[in-house]
Design a protein around this ligand. Sequence first.
Ligand code: XMP
Length: 521
Amino acid sequence: MKNLNIVAVIDFGGQYTHLIARRVRELGVRSEIFSWNVTPKELESQHVKAIIFSGGPNSVNDIGAPKVSKETMSFLETHHIPILGLCYGHQLLSQYYGGKVQQGDQKEYGHTIIEIKYRDQLFKGFPPTNKVWMSHGDKVVALPAGFRISASSENCEIAAFECTEKQIYGLQFHPEVVHTENGQKLLSNFIFNIAKLKKNWSMEDYIDQQIEAIKAQVGDNRVIIGVSGGVDSTVAAILLHKSIGDKLHCVFVDHGFMRKNEPEQVERFFKTELKFTHFYRINAQEEFLSALKGISDPEEKRKIVARKFIEVFERIEKELEKKYGSFGFLAQGTIYPDRIESAQPSKTAAKIKSHHNVALPEKMKLKIVEPLKELYKDEVRAVGRLLKVPEELIERHPFPGPGLSIRILGEITQEKLDTLKEVDAIFIEELKQRGEYKNYWQSFAVLLPVKSVGVMGDSRTYEWTVVLRSVDSVDAMTADWSKIPYETLGFISNRIVNEVKKVNRVVYDITSKPPATIEWE
Ligand code: XMP
């Protein structure tokens, strides 16, 4: 991954920093995030050829507000590296070059129309007016000498400025969010027309580079990886296998809470299609079920599943070590957002759920190798496609680590598990057959510990209630319930009550997140 010219995104703590890096990569240019206290040496060693200053929660006038050092700024000037400042970054640039930033009369949040004055640089090819997304309290009220206003909005005269001579550009709004029309075109103008970068980031290159990087990192060591059948761990395992072959050992802990036929599919894929020599499906269903016996509390369930998972994984690791010798590394399918989320836990955020799958590396004493740690989910999917991972697996809806154990409310029994698997399978099969599966972000069924009265034929029934849940989301942080056509829902409900013996009532969950969460536990 050396010698690739990159766009550095300087992070001032803005909520969209990662989105900026991601947008740049979408344009086919490598991009990395650096802290605001980045040194000239770091920028030089990384071949930085353009800089984007992110937004941030501070005011540039605050004491102790994050600022790029004078040394770094003069390095950028001497090397003629173009800078684009967004929101806080825009204000910081203006302040650094002698302009003035003040608190606005009112905070501006949401859509605004800007009028564009100069359309030869950043706004090349733009219409005279453009809808943009603003989110700020402060604003630039006086320009530095030699700068010009390139766009204005009703509430913000200096909505964009530029100094073409110094190649410095500022935008009070956010081109990286989808609500800004032509936002990607703006970034493209900056990267290709102004900074004159060439495309250099493709998933094909990434695969080749990673295969080499893994070899260099793990050397002759054996590597163990836990796979779940999900896209991240599968793609990570394939990359590792391409790199170190049979020195990779894949452990698939079958806790019994996977969807119908899924464990068999996972096993077949790794053993028959990928022909992995060291793939182990560990049938631990009974062990998990008995550990959960009598447990109804959601958090307790999650903790037991996580603990059991580590216990089983470590046991298998020891057994394998006896047979093959010790492992040097534990591989993980961690992706970029996972790292960011776990690196920046909010101090004030209340704990909603204990997610299972972050606990593993903390407990293990092995060194970690994470071949996907620089990628976003859509990039992992793109890598997966290039590695010929079946489309069905790539497009599969997200599935929680504890699986169906957190979709059976109350105590889990084998009978309830079997029932839920059938219901879920019908739901998903119907969505797929109707070509609707891809329209929804995540769809699944939940079994409630509630029985209700029904009538079938001439007889009274008294059976379980199931919930169908389907949501539209981008990142699982917020979600809305999917507007599945009534006809589809009706058909699915009918199939469920006719085909699944223990269920006589089907309900559809129409709650968004927040206030609900996506899963029921
Ligand atoms: P919630 O229910 O918190 O779910 O709105 C958000 C997303 O996370 C998934 N989820 C998990 N994923 N381990 C995971 O890998 C877990 O323990 C876990 N719990 C929830 C959930 O399916 C949804 O996509």
